[in-house]
Design a protein around this ligand. Structure first.
Ligand code: GLC
Length: 554
C-alpha cells in the first residue's frame, strides 16, 4: 500500500485527545460482597492492577439504582448507587482511590429512557392521559377500533414492538408508551424543558462528586421525528441499535444536537477538562462527526473501526477516513474493538463479517470460532490500534485475551434480547462474564464465595490475570508493554505516516515507532529492533495475523 504524508495531529493538548480509557463493567469486574455480582468496593480493591496498565481513565457502565432489567441501563434513581453495587460512600472511596492512582473516572449516563420503576414513570401510570406526569414520557393512544393496536409499527432494538399498552388507573385498557429498548425502559420526552433541566442537575450531581466525564448512552436517541411516522429498520441495523443518516424517525434527529450543546455548557463550567463521550450508532462517519463538533461532545465511539473486517485494505481505509473526518471538525478519532454490547474481538475476528451481536451454541450458530486464530488476530488488531493517534478504548478482560463465552445455557442467560426474541438472538451475555483474576481461587478470584451471576468458561482459568502477569509473551504483558510505549512516546498525540507495504500489510511510523501489521498478506521481512510483538516472532519474516512495533530510524 502506498505511502502518504503524515496526518496532521488534531488541535489541542487536552488529555482526552490522546487518552486510553478502560471500560469497567461493574457487574463483572470484581465482587467484594460475595453475592456473585461485582461492586464498587471490588473495583476499588483492584484499581492498582489497572494503574499497572498505564491507562488514563476508567469508564464505568451504570451502577445506579435499577431493577436490573437491562443490567443497569434501566435506571430508577439517577442520583444513587444501587445496593448491589454499594453506596454513594463506596463511590466516593472508589473515585478517591482512582484519582490517587492518577486514573480519571468517567461514568455512564442514560438519558434516553428511565426504568419503569422510576418515580416519574410510576407517577405517569397513576395519572390520566394528557397529564403533566404522562408528558414526561411518550404516551400515545393506540390505533385500531378500540386502541388495541400500537400507535405505529416501530420495532424495539431488543425485539418485539416498541410500544407497551398500560392499564389505566380505573382498570380499563389504556394508552401505549414508547420504549426503544425493553418494556422496562420507557423513553423520556426530551421535548420537555423539565426533562432537560432534570438531567442538567444529574450531570452536576456527579460532576460535584468529582467525575471526569460521562459516556452518554444512546446519544443518537432522545428526539423523535414529529408525528412518529411508520418505519421499518433492517434487521442488521436494528440489532446494532443504530441507523443510517437521515432515515430513521427515532435515531439521530437534528434536535438532539441542541441537547449536547447544552450539556457541553454544563461540563465547561467545571475545571479539569471534564468530557462527554457519545455512544452514537450513526453512519456514515461524516454524520457521526457531528456529535463532536467543537461545541458538542469531546469524543464519540468510532464504531466504523470496530466493525471493519479483518482486511488490510479495509482497515487502512477506515483509519484514513476516521483521522480525516474527525480531524475536519477538530476532534480526535477514537478506536475501540470491544465493549459490553459486542462479541469480544478475540472471538469476533475469527467469525468473519457476518458475526451477529451475540453468540452462542445452537441452531443459529454461524460457525464455531477458532480460539487460537481469534486471539492471534485480536492481539494483532490491538497492537495496531494502540499505535494510532487519538483516544483508545479498552474493554475489561481484553487485556487477558478473553474470548466470548459462547456456551452459556439458555436458562442462565440474562440479556433481555435473548428473552424478547425467545432465544433467536443470543444477546450480549457472552462478553459480560465475570473476570478471572487468580486461577486457583473460587470463581477465579472474581468473588470470595465462588458465586458468579453468569457461569465462567474453564478457559478463563487458564487466562487468569495471575497466570499472565510476568509471563513473557502473554496477552497481558503485550498490553502492558504497548501501553507503556504508547505513553512514553506520546503515540496518542502523534501523527502517522504510512509507508510502502505489500498487499495485506500495513506499515506506518508514529513517534519513533514503526508499526508493521501483517493482516492477511504473505509473510513479510521486518528490519530493526523489535519493541513489542503481538505473537512470538523470530525477527525475520512476519506471518499474517501479526503486528510488530520496531524502533524506527530517527
Ligand atoms: C446502549 C448500551 C446497552 C443498553 C442500551 C439501552 O446501547 O450500551 O448496553 O442495552 O444502550 O440503554
Amino acid at each position: 500500500m502506498a505511502p502518504t504524508d503524515a496526518t496532521a495531529p488534531t488541535a489541542g493538548t487536552e488529555w482526552w485527545r490522546s487518552s486510553v480509557i478502560y471500560q469497567i463493567y461493574p457487574r463483572s469486574f470484581a465482587d467484594a460482597s460475595g453475592d456473585g455480582i461485582g461492586d464498587l468496593p471490588g473495583i476499588t480493591a483492584r484499581l492498582e492492577e489497572l494503574a499497572d496498565l498505564a491507562i488514563d481513565a476508567v469508564w464505568l457502565s451504570p451502577f445506579y439504582r435499577s431493577p436490573q432489567k437491562d443490567a443497569g441501563y434501566d435506571v430508577s434513581d439517577f442520583r444513587d448507587v444501587d445496593p448491589i453495587f454499594g453506596s454513594l460512600a463506596d463511590f466516593d472511596a472508589m473515585i478517591e482511590r482512582a484519582h490517587s492512582l492518577g486514573i480519571r473516572v468517567i461514568v455512564d449516563i442514560v438519558p434516553n429512557h428511565s426504568s419503569d420503576q422510576h418515580p416519574w414513570f410510576q407517577a405517569a401510570l397513576a395519572a390520566a392521559p394528557g397529564s403533566p406526569e404522562r408528558e414526561r414520557y411518550v404516551f400515545r393512544d393506540g390505533t385500531g377500533e378500540n386502541g388495541e393496536l400500537p400507535p405505529n409499527n416501530w420495532e424495539s432494538v431488543f425485539g418485539g414492538p416498541m410500544w407497551t399498552r398500560v392499564t389505566e388507573p380505573d382498570g380499563t385498557p389504556g394508552q401505549w408508551y414508547l420504549h426503544i429498548f425493553d418494556t422496562a425502559q420507557p423513553d423520556l420526552n426530551w421535548e420537555l424543558e423539565e426533562v432537560r433541566a432534570e438531567f442538567d442537575d444529574v450531570l452536576r450531581f456527579w460532576l460535584d462528586r468529582g467525575v471526569d466525564g460521562f459516556r452518554v448512552d444512546v446519544a443518537h436517541g432522545l428526539i423523535k421525528a414529529p408525528g412518529l411516522p411508520d418505519f421499518v429498520q433492517s434487521q442488521e441495523e436494528a440489532s446494532m441499535g443504530g441507523g443510517a443518516a437521515t432515515q430513521s424517525p427515532y435515531w439521530a434527529q437534528d434536535g438532539v444536537h441542541e441537547i449536547w450543546r447544552r450539556w457541553r455548557r454544563v461540563t465547561d463550567e467545571y475545571p479539569g477538562d471534564r468530557i462527554l463521550a457519545a455512544e452514537a450508532w450513526v453512519y456514515p462517519l461524516e454524520f457521526m462527526a457531528r456529535w463532536v463538533r467543537p461545541d458538542e461532545m469531546h469524543q464519540t465511539f468510532n464504531f466504523g473501526y470496530m466493525e471493519a473486517p479483518w482486511d488490510g485494505e479495509a482497515l487502512r481505509q477506515v483509519i484514513d477516513d476516521s483521522l480525516e473526518t474527525f480531524g475536519a471538525v477538530g476532534a480526535p478519532s477514537t478506536w475501540v474493538l470491544s465493549n459490553h454490547d459486542m462479541i469480544r474481538h478475540a472471538t469476533r475476528l475469527s467469525l468473519g463479517e457476518d458475526a451477529p451481536q451475540g453468540h452462542g451454541v445452537g441452531p443459529e450458530t454461524p460457525g464455531l470460532p477458532d480460539i487460537e486464530e481469534g486471539i492471534r488476530r485480536a492481539r494483532a488488531a490491538t497492537l495496531l490500534m494502540l499505535a494510532l493517534p487519538g483516544g483508545a478504548y479498552l474493554y475489561q478482560g481484553e487485556e487477558l485475551g478473553l474470548p466470548e463465552a459462547i456456551d452459556i445455557p439458555g436458562d442462565a442467560r440474562q440479556d433481555p434480547t435473548w428473552h424478547r426474541t425467545e432465544g433467536e438472538r443470543y444477546g450480549r451475555d457472552g462478553c459480560r462474564v465475570p473476570l478471572p483474576w487468580e486461577a486457583d481461587r473460587a470463581a477465579y478470584g472474581f468473588s470470595s464465595t465462588g458465586e458468579t451471576w453468569l457461569p465462567q468458561p474453564g478457559l478463563y482459568g487458564v487466562l487468569a490475570r495471575d497466570r499472565q502477569r510476568g509471563t513473557v509473551g502473554s496477552t497481558l504483558e503485550m498490553y502492558r508493554d504497548a501501553l507503556r510505549l504508547r505513553r512514553e512516546r506520546g503515540l496518542g498525540a502523534g501523527a502517522i505516516a504510512w509507508r510502502d507495504a505489500p498487499a495485506g500489510v500495513l506499515s506506518l511510523d508514529n513517534g519513533g515507532v514503526r508499526v508493521i501489521a501483517n493482516i492477511d498478506g504473505a509473510p513479510v521481512k521486518v528490519h530493526g529492533e523489535v519493541l513489542v510483538a503481538s505473537s512470538p516472532f523470530d525477527g525475520d519474516l512476519l506471518p499474517p495475523d501479526t503486528t510488530v512495533w520496531v524502533r524506527a530510524a530517527e
